[in-house]
Ligand binder design. Structure first.
Ligand SMILES: Cc1cc2nc3c(=O)[nH]c(=O)nc-3n(C[C@H](O)[C@H](O)[C@H](O)COP(=O)(O)OP(=O)(O)OC[C@H]3O[C@@H](n4cnc5c(N)ncnc54)[C@H](O)[C@@H]3O)c2cc1C
Length: 247
């Protein structure tokens, strides 16, 4: 089977990550080793033959063989995410193809530069695959995740990220609450801006990090500009845009 041929995956389990985000664990008859950051396409076909196709980043690391995890934000009126939320149960089959994409990927090579991961909302998904891969490899490449969400209840993978940060002092988790922060919160509480990015880049000292930025289009563009203003060369800033709106 070709690497990008469609195949029928079976839904092995479904987890709620936040009130509006679910992870689907899919068993694949033809699993292919992927790179952290790649995605799958998912295709729904209605009875009349109408098809809708969307891309979803792989949340699971390449070490998790035979299956992939896709983490989907349920968007109001979303054609595909709405169906995945309401119409899909464990044991159902879904048509997928992948892995796809060779640009927004992190291979975890020894000697690679430190990692600066910036995500907005579900944009954290491919970044999580990178962090999980880094953890599996036992790498201590310095890594920072700046994760922007509106409210505390929207932090996808919260428990896993906090456990990872507590166990590994070369990984720093920076949460940014744009609308509502928890009581007594002393961290970031505004939209990501140039001053915030300069501070985060300074965290790495003299060594410039490799940045991966993912999320809504507006966030990705402003973060990429801010990182350049903070001194990162354009080729050190890789971006992935998930959607047309700021969410
Ligand atoms: C490479 C790639 C990887 C992606 N990975 C993920 C992932 O891991 N998890 C994930 O949840 N999504 C991911 N997306 C976004 C996903 O492909 C869909 O766009 C998203 O699920 C919405 O599809 P829908 O059919 O539910 O909504 P649609 O019916 O297409 O749109 C409904 C409404 O929502 C708006 N909209 C569309 N997409 C978004 C969005 N992303 N954010 C906010 N509003 C939107 C539309 O403008 C429209 O008004 C990825 C996109 C790309 C290109």
């Amino acid at each position: 089977m070709s690497r990008v041929a469609w195949q029928l995956a079976t839904v092995k389990s479904i987890r709620s990550e936040t009130p509006h985000v679910k992870t689907f664990v899919l068993s694949l008859p033809s699993w292919t080793l992927h790179l952290a950051g790649q995605h799958y396409d998912l295709r729904l076909t209605a009875e009349g033959g109408y098809q809708a196709e969307r891309s979803y980043s792989i949340a699971s690391p390449p070490e998790q063989t035979g299956e992939i995890e896709l983490t989907v934000e349920i968007i109001a009126d979303g054609e595909v995410s709405g169906y995945l939320n309401e119409g899909v149960q464990v044991g159902d089959q879904l048509e997928v193809r992948g892995p796809i994409g060779g640009y927004f990927v992190w291979r975890g090579e020894a000697g690679a530069p430190p990692l600066l991961l910036v995500g907005g909302g579900s944009g954290v998904v491919p970044l999580m695959a990178m962090l999980r891969h880094r953890q599996h490899l036992g790498l201590r490449t310095p890594a920072v995740l700046l994760f922007s969400v509106r409210t505390p209840e929207e932090v996808i993978y919260r428990a896993e990220l906090e456990t990872m940060a507590a166990a590994d002092n070369s990984f720093t988790l920076l949460l940014d609450y744009t609308r509502q922060a928890p009581p007594g919160w002393a961290g970031y509480h505004r939209r990501i801006d140039a001053a915030m990015l300069a501070e985060v880049v300074a965290h790495f000292g003299e060594v410039k990090p490799q940045a991966f930025v993912c999320g809504p289009t507006g966030l990705v563009e402003s973060v990429a500009n801010g990182l350049q203003a903070a001194g990162l060369a354009p080729e050190m800033i890789l971006t992935e845009r998930f959607g047309p709106t700021g969410g």
